[in-house]
Design a protein around this ligand. Structure first.
Ligand SMILES: O=C(O)CCC(=O)c1ccccc1C(=O)O
Ligand SMILES: [Mg+2]
Length: 372
């Protein structure tokens, strides 16, 4: 039984090694809220808010998540003994959406739940793989810089390569990469920058043998994606459009996609992620774990999640050093020859380096349970 003593919100800002650009957003300084849940025995579980500073990817921001955590979600959890993290879905039932805020607390409870049993997060989630294959993402810049970055990542051994595209830079970019790397496991993420009017343009991409195209159409759409998928040979992968397992069920039923990207933050946590994984498995839809320019706390959650059987495509889980000067955890999260070993140590399997957390911390908020 988990009895919460305190919930500590560490608000941090880290500067990315190099700014990251997609068709809809540009990130230089990455704000995060690290969520530390400590129980009466003094054991801590860790989660992370992966929302951005502004609502360009989803409607949530770091500020909205802080409000939700402090004023709504943490109070709902206090004075409730928790026997299993799955209960949080029910406890948060009357709070609409705000999935990233919910996921941060839920992730911390999952970590704590595993630690209290002395087993790994991957184990309690039902993970089967002892190592996961890693992919890497190249943000928008010039075609020559993007191709150069890919060459570097090929050398580092990554197993799958994703480039950000938009109608301003797509065919020429993919053509250029393909000339240099004809057989590379390559995919493109459009972050909703096209409409059905661009169908002919998107059909031109079919000739390049991409693994898939991610989220070509609107973030809230599954109807037009179904129409588009019928016209493309390239598989469509949905990211933004899938925020619940019900969304996934409907998208599969409509034929809106042939692959799904699961991000625990986007779907409200690991319980919902597992549900989507299981549903996709039953429907022969492969899944992979997406990335959010996250710290190693979420990276560790993602590694555990990606050890489940139907995560059969390498996800956006790269070395911490892909984005960060310093890792918040020890040992450092590192892809070696494009693979990361799933830790067997308890919980997330990595130790927090509090001196480094404090170095990047703007503020800390401790919420105490009323029974202490
Ligand atoms: O390497 C990563 O963390 C993933 C990068 C990425 O593609 C991304 C980063 C931020 C927000 C949305 C996305 C996305 O998958 O669309
Ligand atoms: Mg995406």
């Amino acid at each position: 039984m988990i009895k919460i003593k305190t919930v500590t919100l560490h608000h941090i800002t880290q500067t990315l090694k190099t700014p990251f650009t997609s068709s809809i957003g540009h990130v230089t300084d990455r704000e995060s809220i690290l969520v530390e849940v400590t129980d009466l025995e003094g054991i801590s579980g860790w989660g992370e808010v992966v929302a951005f500073s502004t609502p360009w990817y989803t409607e949530e921001t770091i500020s909205t998540a802080f409000h939700l955590l402090k004023d709504i979600l943490v109070p709902l959890l206090m004075n409730q003994p928790i026997s299993h993290p799955d209960q949080l879905n029910h406890i948060f039932h009357n709070v609409k959406r705000n999935y990233m805020a919910k996921a941060s607390l839920e992730g911390a409870i999952w970590d704590l739940y595993a630690k209290k049993q002395g087993v790994s997060l991957a184990f309690v989630l039902g993970g089967e793989k002892s190592e996961i294959e890693c992919g890497v993402v190249v943000g928008i810049s010039s075609i020559s810089k993007m191709t150069e970055q890919i060459s570097q990542y090929v050398e580092e051994g990554y197993k799958r390569f994703k480039v950000k595209i938009s109608p301003d830079q797509d065919i020429e970019l993919i053509e250029g990469i393909r000339k240099k790397f004809p057989k590379l496991p390559l995919m493109a993420d459009a972050n909703s920058s096209y409409s059905l009017n661009d169908t002919d343009r998107l059909k031109e991409l079919d000739q390049f043998g991409l693994l898939m195209i991610e989220q070509p159409l609107a973030a809230d759409d599954i109807i037009d994606h179904a129409k588009l998928q019928q016209k493309l040979t390239t598989r469509i992968c949905l990211d933004e459009s899938i925020v619940t397992s019900e969304d996934a069920r409907k998208a599969i039923e409509l034929g809106s996609c042939r692959v799904i990207n699961i991000k625990p933050g986007r779907v409200g946590g690991l319980t919902e992620s597992k549900k989507i994984h299981d549903l996709c498995k039953a429907n022969d839809i492969p899944v992979w774990c997406g990335g959010m320019l996250e710290t190693s706390i979420s990276r560790a959650h993602n590694i555990a999640l990606a050890s489940l059987a139907n995560f059969s495509i390498p996800g956006d889980i790269s070395s911490s050093s892909r984005y960060w000067e310093e890792d918040l955890v020890y040992p450092e999260i590192k892809a070696v020859n494009g693979k990361i070993t799933v830790p067997r140590a308890e919980g997330i399997g990595f130790h927090m380096q509090m001196d480094i957390v404090k170095k990047y911390r703007n503020s800390v908020t401790v919420i105490k349970n009323s029974y202490i």
